[in-house]
Write a protein that binds this ligand. Sequence first.
Ligand SMILES: [Fe+2]
Length: 312
Amino acid sequence: MPLHSVKSVTLGVPDVEAAAEFYRDFNLSETSPGVFATADGGEQLRLERSPVRRLLELTIAADDPDDVDRVASQLTALDVAVERDGNGQTVAAVDPGTSVRVRVEAAPRIEQDTVATTPYNGPGRIDRSGRSPRLVEPGEEPTARPRRLGHVVIGSTDLEPSYRFFLEGIGFKLSDQVSDKAFFMRCSTDHHNLALQQAPVPFLHHTSWQVQDVDEIGHGAQHLLAKDPARHVWGFGRHHIGSNFFWYFRDPAGNFVEYYADMDCILDDQLWEPGVFNGPAALYSWGPPPPPSFIRPDDLAELMAGLHTPKG
Ligand SMILES: [Fe+2]
């Protein structure tokens, strides 16, 4: 697949410093003010000031400039205006339904060290003896270590054209869908790197960050919630679409942020049949009931009003 990963996101937030404090606690590494790196993916989050919270830019990495050229042709065939940089390394275009500027950039693949399988004991099966090495030592601060940015979920006011923009224009593939209301799409071997959902206003639903395993999700949650329990949104649970374990939090701007582990991977497109899901399976396999605000964030009306506020 010539596209190979989500390279980075730029989030617009009203209060950059408040958001920065959250992402520090989320345990991303701040490399310069408002710029954050993951352990394996380098700088993947940039915060900029914006009157209302929004996803300003999404950058997708492709293998080489030929792939970037192909994306530019595909977008042009859809009558989408594209911007090219001087040396052909990037192409950028705005999807009107989501208001997101999408860049495709030729960039190296993210190399991840192979992490040893986490051993678990089970009935009739002892895969580890003695005390679990993942228990936290006295005085040790538990936390998660986000390895890379996995996916973003965004709302579109014009779902079908947004779907075509990402499918036929950028080159994502469909993995699964929720009736005709949401599309889960991939640009890598991850089950999804992007999900588009119908919404009354363009907005960022969540970003999602890969961690090692369920213990690390728990450690990360504990660390975030010790400082402010109101950061909790939904978790701990496991999705059905993508199968990932999840726990969701809220940053001070109102964006949801997910730690995830163990997502489905699609190595052979021929062996994956996209499914159409409805009801609870669209949301999760198990976990606590999702709060209504997860489905429809509390600030949507505010965001809609913000769209009509003079920018500044
Ligand atoms: Fe997610």
